[in-house]
Design a protein around this ligand. Structure first.
Ligand SMILES: [Zn+2]
Length: 474
């Protein structure tokens, strides 16, 4: 019998999450979806054939933690940052959207997003005030089912850059106060609407006090300590993360709310989260970021300023341990798209911005430092970067797996490709990277979103701009 399809990928070593690698597999794609996986393609007519011999094919990555639209408006940021995502094999980015007023304003963001993305995208909604909780049902209807709480924002540490209005390139700083009462109300609401709550777990009062003290010391005695990242880590200690994790889980448990802890990368925070996961099986999720696997305070530069801070080398080891041992569910980049001059502020610790770009280097870092150094295998990578993420945020089985009926989102990787990282090859708006000059082994060589090749050998297919679609979650 003759079979037909739009795109046929032959001889793939197909990485199947929770299962293993299926060698010499052929992938038949039609109308942007997986039509069939087959061992034989003798009688298949295909519009386009791609030979994946010697290469692994993974489900396209879902990066659940991307800040874009903050330092350039979304209509511009979508183009540059979704382009950068495709360089890194990421086929869906989830925007960490911050609006200060009603989330009904999301319509203008959705409009500006339409036609400006190379890859698919979803949205998390950050909650800064009680009034926004009235918008949760509206958000649910629009396919947005995850609410972010910045428990680090309050007391002295209360200014945040909101996302810019589409079409308007001006930094939009606002004062906010994310109180424990707001957390309780958000978790209650989230439980009623089956939303998941993303928690940035730090204690704003503790961090504010320590930052104030460090700044006073500096004024009195001058800046005697020469490593800014060490000071930053001491100002925002792991203890504050660990305590906030346990206190927020206490509230979540009371209401039956699912909680997702973003960006954990210290031993104490991971231990605290592990304890809570054992207490509430299937309801607590943990994300880490690539930089907590590759950088410590020894990086020694304000460019490494991030929240929560980079920690010690021991914490880096603990993060790898947690990754291998099932404490960590997902990896998000916590990508912040900004230029180096904006990032550095006046060049000192206090005025430089937190965060740096990372969406394009997430997978190469895991392949180079994880797979090629025998710390984790490709099946684990597919779970951490796609399968688990899709399940937690309600995109599965449309995303997160390569099987019949799923979106044909996939990334072809070559573990033997060695490339030196430069900001240029990452193709973000950002003109710097913390991996600048690193030679990484193992790169994506093709990124496909719903059957369309967006990136091949580091080159973007410009005609696919606008192919990316909004993904409803939940
Ligand atoms: Zn973030």
């Amino acid at each position: 019998m003759n079979d037909s399809c739009d795109v046929l990928i032959t001889n793939a070593s197909l990485v199947i999450p929770k299962s293993g690698v299926s060698f010499d597999t052929n992938i038949l794609i039609e109308k942007g979806k997986i039509k069939k996986l087959s061992k034989s393609v003798r009688d298949t007519n295909a519009g386009k054939k791609i030979n994946a011999k010697g290469k692994f094919v993974l489900p396209g990555l879902i990066d659940p933690h991307v800040h874009y639209g903050v330092y350039t408006p979304i209509d511009k940021a979508a183009i540059t940052e979704s382009r950068s995502a495709s360089i890194g094999g990421v086929t869906t980015i989830i925007r960490m959207l911050r609006l200060s007023h009603s989330y009904r304003e999301i319509e203008s963001h959705l409009q500006a997003s339409n036609g400006t993305h190379y890859v698919d995208y979803g949205i998390h909604a950050s909650i800064f005030g009680f009034g926004q909780l009235a918008d949760v049902e509206y958000l649910n209807k629009r396919g947005i089912n995850s609410l972010k709480l910045y428990l680090n924002l309050g007391n002295d540490q209360n200014v945040v850059s909101m996302d810019q209005d589409p079409g308007n390139n001006s930094i939009n700083n606002q004062r906010v106060n994310v109180t424990r009462d707001l957390m309780t109300a958000t978790m209650k609401k989230a439980a009623q609407s089956s939303s998941v709550v993303l928690v940035h777990a730090e204690d704003s009062s503790k961090c504010s006090r320590r930052i104030r003290n460090a700044q006073e010391q500096e004024k009195k005695y001058g800046n005697r300590e020469i490593n800014p990242l060490k000071i930053w880590s001491e100002c925002r200690p792991p203890e504050s993360e660990a305590e906030t994790i346990s206190s927020s889980c206490h509230v979540a448990k009371e209401y039956g709310c699912r909680v997702y802890f973003v960006h954990l990368g210290s031993r104490l925070a991971l231990e605290s989260a592990a304890k809570q996961k054992a207490n509430s099986p299937g309801r607590i999720f943990v994300e880490t970021c690539p930089h907590y696997l590759t950088h410590s305070i020894d990086y020694h530069s304000v460019v490494g300023k991030v929240v929560p801070p980079l920690r010690t080398k021991k914490d880096v080891e603990s993060t790898w341990w947690a990754l291998k041992n099932g404490i960590i569910d997902t990896i998000g980049s916590d990508h912040v798209a900004s230029t180096l001059s904006l990032k550095r502020g006046n060049g000192d610790l206090w005025t430089s911005l937190a965060g740096f770009p990372g969406v394009a280097t997430l997978l190469p870092v895991l392949l180079s430092k994880g797979v090629n150094e025998n710390k984790i295998d490709l099946v684990k990578v597919s779970e951490l970067t796609s399968y688990n993420t899709a399940r937690i945020f309600g995109m599965y089985p449309k995303k997160g797996i390569i099987k019949k009926g799923s979106d044909a989102d996939l990334v072809v990787i070559d573990l033997s490709v060695r490339k030196k990282v430069t900001p240029e090859i990452l193709q973000s708006h950002s003109d710097y990277t913390i991996y600048d000059g690193w030679v990484l082994n193992g790169w994506p060589v093709m990124t496909m979103v719903r059957g369309e090749v967006i990136m091949e050998d580091g080159e973007i297919n410009g005609s696919t701009l606008g192919h990316g679609q909004f993904v409803e979650m939940g």
